[in-house]
Design a protein. Sequence first.
Length: 643
Amino acid sequence: MLDSLDLFFRMSVPASSTDRVQFGVFELDLQRAELRRNGIKVKLQEQPFRVLQVLLENPREIVSREELRRRIWPANTFVEFDQGLYSAMARLRDALGDSSESPRFIETVARRGYRLIAPVTGVPAAADPQPSPPPALLPENGRPMVFGRWIVSMVAGVVGGALLLGIVFSLNVLGAREWLRSRKTPIRSIAVLPLQNLSNDPQQDYFADGMTDELITQLAQMGSLRVISRTSAMYYKNSRKTLPEIARELNVDAVLEGSVMRADDHVRITVQLIQASGDRHLWAESYERDLRDVLSLQSDVARGIVGGVRATLRPAAARHVVNPEAYEAYLRGRQSLNNATSEADLLRSISQFEASIAKDPQSAFGYSGLAVAYAAMADYYRAPKEVMPKAKAAATRALQLDETLSEAHDALGWVEFAYEWNWPVAEEHLKRALELNPGNALAHDHYAYYLASLGWEGAVEQNQLARELDPRSLAILANSSFYFYMLRQYDRAIEQGQRALQLDPNCTTCRTYIGLAEVQKGNVRQALDIIGPVRLPAASPLDVMTTASILALADQREPALRVIENMRGTAKQQYICPYEMAAAYTALDDKNSAFEWLSHAKEARSVCVIWLNQEPRFDPLRSDPQFQRLVREVGLPRRNDND
């Protein structure tokens, strides 16, 4: 009688296919359901064997996880499938002596599936090469060994086994070295890849992305892990890179991938945690809840992950039931805010957050997002007095509803120092934001902003932490360039700006920061080349005005004046940053106009005013009593020019 494995292969292999398939030194015999290496049978269990057979049917093509589940696992298998697939892949790679980090046979394609990359050929039928069995270990005279000889044989066996293990691990036989390393390597950092939308509706992508974002936040709050922030994680959405490649680029020990399915008001999340070293499956689980309980769902997923890597678990805040319509509007607002590149995007997010609050006035998340969106508009698109009070009111209300929101503390801290110039209160909120969520990259960056504006130590360290948490954040890299410019480390400012441009070659703000550093070094031609033509509406008014001072410092007086006049002509329809206007007039050696616009900047509460002490462009004004009085009025400590 045929066993179940043999029957499976006889039924699943098309009549036209060959009975034997060869790849590298391996041969798969479908009739006998055997895998052989150089003619020697390799022990392989049923599920890994079936996975290999499916991969061999589609050489050099991606075989999706769903296809493997459909072909091999029973219907409606989810958690068991996740665990079973990673276990089967690990056993299959062990049998092939393959490594997920440097694959020779099977490549993992992140969030999509697997691909057989070795050349595959059919071979003609031939007699099975049967290896000779090893000789029986009998005494020479055929009698049982006496006790003394048994001891000698046992010792010899132990020594031989130790030598054999040493050879196995030194030569990395069957990936043994990676296996041992993966067992010893602790998990200290993790990246949450964008959850796959399984709703068969592209319009639900915002929901999957929002759930990814909230899961990252929950995870960063709950465990003693370094969790890569959303911006960098989203870069790998639909990426064809392997999980080990992604882990190396993000410098993390483990990667979480999974899917989310929404049906009406029900949500199911399926996630699996993979250790980057050895591509070893650590943990998998599936959760299904009503949308009203989505916050506790996210918390449970995060707790499961933290438990899976045995990280220190922080006490979790209680999560209330949400209004499904309000939460949906919040996620739409979050998507618009996270992807914002224009004033229109920010206005759209504000409208969506307001819709969320209208449906649920107790939505702390809605108020928190609203605060961030309003604050992001100050100086770039709107007068600070128009938007910053709204940002403060929204952040304050969010904290009244939920004091544990790191984002709301960060937003309020930003308003308190960039607009209110209330330095002690600002630092209190920024530190509280980091205490609640050490993985809040934006809060680290804002704290760096705070420290740098005061000329205090620690700014570079905080920015470095932000970059480690969000290495692909354009804003954080650009800010890093700006900090080094303010610290007068111009080479490092240029380096960070160029790294930002690698992420987005069209980043006008990045180009202006590089241009400022180049012109301060005396590299006029490089400064002019990097900024190029900067015009509305492609660039923000703030960036356009910054180019005016770069042109003036590069002895391009007439072009600088044209930019100034054009911007002054649009001032009635659009807010123009008075701080940058003052910097341009300073570069043109028009001190009266410079002080006039600096006075406007102080009255308008420009968020740029906090840089008066550090700004190299204002060095010609620094000894003037008017400038020193302005610094005191803003509340900045007096600059020590000998530092």
